[in-house]
Design a protein around this ligand. Structure first.
Ligand code: CAA
Length: 389
């Protein structure tokens, strides 16, 4: 949430930062504990975020978005996630995994039909890759689509779909040629209102509880070939390209959680007294704060660097996989480190639902898991660096 010497902010960046911060503090923060408790999807605030342009920050205005750059996106996402990581997840999936994928790989007709309602917040978009028996090893998926005239018939069970219980449109990745491995996977844009789209079990989760997650089951779902994203067999590359963008979003979300954890710990350490001193006067506490602050600033540089790499790719078309994975890896581990330290600094209060830090702690954990675990990020980074596999 700040100007750095390496990434000076323009007036436009400062404007979106202020708008996101005001909205997050005034409209999201006050309801975050209640929605965490109930696990309800926050439809009203998400709609408002769409009206403000937050659900399609990089989507051109012609398609219902805000037409801004990637740095604007991460700045806004960081502020929203600071108030509530569930809103951050929903925003990230809509912007990155849904809108970006269709913007980059979709036809003009698909962009008009599917991006507009999601970027403007009227509808919710989702991305569906994972299956009960296929997580990190995504290419081993089983769900399939079989050609039938001008349509494809989709069958299979997808899991861990963010927004699954409420999504209007889902980009699903399925096998069209089982003999071709990763090159036999194809992406389709599916519509929740159509027959054969069945919402499955809602996941009872540790954290980001308001960002509803569920299985989606396709039962002879008939999908027009017009809704194929890219070409047959392009699906795995599309899924990976889109995840590079998604990982920058999750890194920004993690940065927001880390900052919220740090700021709560800092205030508490300045106020709480023990043994006749402010607890922040003890090195056991103050050194934790120093480590948190240092890691946050390092994470910020990686996140902004990844955002700039993605921005450059709009003209060069170069991949930014390395920058995205490093940002996701470091920022998510920083979120967990800071949330853990913040609970510890709060002592018993950190374990109580009276304070938000126990929620930060529960929310932080997912950032090390979804959109590629920390182990997968290390695998991606090391493969790219060594050229070995
Ligand atoms: N961009 C473009 N293409 C890419 C790519 C990328 N980032 N990564 C791989 N590819 C291409 C490769 O170049 C290769 O193509 P060629 O054969 O033409 O060269 C093809 O894809 C296959 O690549 P790999 O051989 O590297 O594939 P792999 O099977 O070894 O898997 C992996 C690589 C990195 C492990 C990948 O499977 C992966 O990222 N796994 C994690 C999946 C994940 O993040 N799941 C989370 C899902 S979303 C979620 O969490 C829920 C939600 O709703 C938020």
């Amino acid at each position: 949430m700040s100007d750095t010497a390496l990434f000076p902010l323009t007036d436009e960046h400062k404007m979106i930062l202020d708008a996101a911060r005001d909205f997050a503090q005034n409209e999201i923060e006050p309801i975050s504990a209640e929605f965490d408790e109930s696990g309800k999807f926050p439809s009203i605030t998400i709609k408002k975020m769409g009206e403000m342009g937050f659900m399609g920050i990089e989507v051109p205005e012609d398609y219902g978005g805000a037409g801004m750059d990637t740095l604007a996106y991460v700045l806004a996402l960081e502020e929203i996630s600071k108030a509530d990581a569930s809103h951050g997840t929903i925003m990230s999936v809509n912007n990155s995994l849904f809108c970006h994928g269709i913007l980059k790989f979709g036809t003009e007709d698909q962009k008009k039909r599917f991006i507009f309602p999601v970027a403007s917040g009227e509808k919710v978009g989702a991305y569906s890759l994972t299956e009960p028996m296929s997580g990190s090893d995504a290419a081993t998926m089983r769900s399939s689509a079989v050609r039938d005239g001008d349509d494809y018939i989709i069958n299979g069970r997808k899991s861990w779909v963010t927004g699954g219980p409420v999504a209007d449109y889902v980009v699903v990745y399925v096998v069209t040629d089982p003999d071709k491995g990763a090159k036999g996977i194809t992406a389709f844009i599916t519509d929740a209102n159509q027959a054969g789209f069945v919402r499955g079990k809602k996941e009872p989760k540790l954290g980001i509880r308001a960002s509803a997650t569920s299985e989606i089951v396709y039962e002879d779902y008939r999908c027009s070939a017009e809704n194929m994203l890219g070409k047959e067999g392009d699906g795995f590359k599309i899924a990976m390209t889109v995840l590079d963008v998604g990982r920058i979003g999750i890194a920004s979300q993690a940065l927001g959680i880390a900052e919220a954890s740090y700021s709560a710990a800092l205030s508490y350490a300045r106020e709480r007294e023990s043994f006749g001193k402010k607890i922040g006067q003890f090195q056991g506490i103050s050194f934790k704060l120093a480590d948190m602050k240092t890691r946050i600033e390092a994470a910020r540089l990686l996140v902004y660097n990844a955002a700039m790499a993605k921005e450059r790719s709009k003209t060069t078309n170069e991949r930014f996989t390395l920058a995205a994975s490093m940002a996701k890896l470091y920022a998510s581990e920083t979120a967990m480190f800071c949330a853990h330290a913040s609970v510890q600094i709060h002592g018993g209060m950190g374990y109580s639902k009276e304070y938000p830090v126990e929620r930060y702690f529960r929310d932080a954990k997912i950032t090390e898991i979804y959109e590629g675990t920390s182990e997968i990020q290390r695998l991606v980074i090391s493969r790219l660096e060594t050229g070995l596999r």
